[in-house]
Design a protein around this ligand. Structure first.
Ligand SMILES: *Cc1c(COP(=O)(O)O)cnc(C)c1O
Length: 427
């Protein structure tokens, strides 16, 4: 598989290089030079999740990794289901929160960990250094936990992530080191950047990023779109509209890639909160990011979505007009209202999924089937959901288990020298 840099098309890399590097020069995203195409989608949909996923991923990376290896990677990464639940006669939920950290980021994070292990030379140590404001850190920590030759160091702003989020990934130990930094999320990101800019340190500890723009994450996410359609009744597959709650737009990119390689989807909808750079762009044609506003769907509080250039490139290559994309932006008040309405329809959701549901049901027309993505377990946003619904939703087993464990984080100042000591000590 060859990929090119969207900012400098002459820079071409292999899958292995793209996974190890994350970004190309000039901060350019990598994009596949060729996409596979499945003529016989029916046969693909008849397969089980892991066999089908191995087949899809092999079509991308089969030249570099043997089918057996890809099968093992998929088996290790996807150890949990992605069930489709019926919400109303024409509307279905794709639940992507049954992994170890209860959010869809487990799919991409775990496959990225497998990919990195598969494409790295076994000689040197690898240190994954990343900063998190909550969910990504948990997915990355669990994905790499227990892997040989890979150390993980995760920085987060002390006291600025929810206690439940902190318990989820700061209780693992082993090859996972977590550092509560006396500073903000931006400070953490700046420390990570400083580490990557230090060539000597980078070499010494084998620094690698587990960045959210890594192509391996998107490829893993393609697989659950096929899984969703495979679970729909056959008479509901023809006029399918899929609504994706979007922040950095990786999830929507993966959905469009699924369509590009043969999955029959009539239309996608980009659903956001009031951080609505993309909906405004689709409406007016002007890209005008505004300062990010905090919302109750905070995993989507992004006003400069990183993955958008990939969507534009894909549409250009496929000859799809951007006007074929549905879009909508939802306020916190509307999100709360929708959560309540969904509960009355007997479906317990959380803010991100509710946004996708709302825009979907507003735009679905007669004869169409709707599918919306549920990106996190309701208990992951327990404070907000409890308050809106007047409930006390129980913690699912993985959250309850980690909640009862001891925090193992180190505490450090916002100081690069202290970070260097930590990184060296983990080797
Ligand atoms: C990350 C995240 C999103 C946004 O997904 P993108 O791929 O960045 O658009 C939505 N919901 C939840 C719960 C998330 O953690």
């Amino acid at each position: 598989m060859k990929l090119y840099n969207l900012k400098e098309h002459q820079e071409q890399v292999s899958f292995g290089q793209a996974v190890r590097q994350g970004l190309g020069s000039n901060q350019g995203l990598f994009f596949p030079a060729e996409l596979p195409y499945f003529d016989n989608v029916e046969a693909l949909l008849d397969m089980d999740f892991n066999s089908r996923s191995s087949k899809i991923l092999s079509a991308f990376i089969g030249e570099e990794l043997a089918a057996e290896t890809v099968g093992q990677m998929v088996g290790n990464a996807f150890q949990f289901p992605a069930p489709v639940e019926k919400v109303t006669d024409d509307v279905f939920a794709l639940e992507l929160f049954h992994g170890p950290t209860l959010a869809f980021k487990d799919f991409g994070g775990r496959f990225m960990a497998q990919s990195l292990a598969a494409v790295s030379d076994a000689e040197g140590n690898i240190t994954i250094l990343t900063a998190t404001s909550g969910d990504t850190g948990a997915a990355v920590a669990h994905a790499f936990y227990g892997m040989e030759n890979i150390k993980v160091v995760i920085l987060y702003p002390k006291g600025k992530i929810s206690p439940l989020q902190e318990k989820m990934f700061c209780t693992l130990g082993g090859n996972i080191t977590t550092v509560a930094v006396n500073g903000t999320f931006d400070d953490c990101q700046a420390l990570v950047k400083q580490a990557f800019d230090d060539a000597e340190l980078r070499q010494e500890v084998g620094l690698n990023s587990a960045n959210s723009i890594n192509i391996s994450r998107l490829m893993a996410q393609i697989c659950y779109y096929f899984e969703a359609v495979a679970q729909l009744p056959k008479d509901k597959r023809n006029e399918l509209v899929i609504s994706v709650p979007s922040g950095n737009f990786g999830n929507l990119t993966a959905g469009l890639l699924a369509k590009a390689i043969g999955l029959p989807v009539k239309r996608f909808i980009a659903a956001t909160n009031v951080n609505d750079t993309v909906p405004r762009y689709l409406k007016t044609g002007t890209w005008a990011p505004e300062p990010t506003v905090p919302t109750i769907s905070n995993a989507m509080d992004v006003s400069q979505p990183n993955n958008w250039p990939r969507i534009e490139e894909l549409c250009r290559l496929k000859g799809w007009g951007l006007d074929e994309l549905g879009y909508g932006a939802v306020t916190d008040e509307q999100t709360a209202e929708t959560l309540k309405a969904m509960e009355e329809a007997d479906y317990l959701c959380e803010p991100h999924g509710a946004i996708a549901y709302r825009v979907l049901t507003e735009q679905l027309t007669e004869g169409e089937t709707g599918l919306f993505l549920c990106t996190a377990h309701p208990a992951k946003f327990k404070e907000v959901v409890d308050e809106i619904l007047g409930k006390d939703i129980p913690l699912p087993a993985p959250l309850a288990k980690h909640n009862a464990m001891e925090l193992l984080s180190l505490e450090r100042d916002n100081d690069f020298e202290q970070l260097k000591v930590v990184l060296r000590a983990t080797q």
